[in-house]
Write a new protein. Sequence first.
Length: 280
Amino acid sequence: MISSLILGGNMMLDSIDPWVHAAFDPLHLSGVGAYWRVISASLLGHIVLLRLLPLASKLLFPNAYGRLSTADKHAWCVSLTTLVHSIYDSFFILAFINHPVLNDNKMDGFNQNFEYYLAVAMGYYMWDLSTCIINFADYGYMYLIHGSLGVFGLLIVISRHLQFYAIPYLLPELSSVFLHIRHLLKFAGYSNTLLYKVNFLIFLVAYVGIRIGFEAYHSARLVIDVYHKRTGHAFYPYAVFYAILGITLTTLNVIWLRQILKAAYYTLYPTTKKNKAKTN
């Protein structure tokens, strides 16, 4: 009985495949048609996770979660959702960072398992982009640009083009792990503790080293390769887009660094802010 239902469900999904290709990928230029089930499952999974986190937070963090306002409770759950993503994203990227096929042929290197993971990540970035659009007043244009580039960039790498470059552009999620922990510690009332300061310092080092240093280095190399048209068999417009993506992400990261350094100053030297307030 169960096997018949599963078989019937698979047959129904198979019948939908041509419609998905026709609607979202008529020229077969992205990986949506091949991975729409994985992407949809990932997107649904993040939506369900966000809905379950209020109950889980009440059970696991009753004191910290209970005293938050309604708006802060939602922000807490969003931070937990993004933290979960950042952790498994970092795990998979680190697992493939030294993959010989991807590193030896940065333009045409391909790995099926890595592509499957990227399709899972695509579901998260679609959720993240929709959250940014719905709450645009809280996020602003820079986050909208960042989220949009993430979605379109993943559409390319799950189409067996430029798969290596998913590594330098997604590895910065490792620094985001500490960013989300910082948010949660702040919500829980630990912003004046040593743990908060140590976590922020680790985040700052990871941000500068990975999100700016490592990502900018590979972005510059890609720009040079695109300029000299050393893009292998990759679709050249995709390579151009990825070069622009790298430049844009690096620019956004540098802009955000100023805000982070300001926050770091007041985090590591909190008395400075108090003295300034008294002076004014």
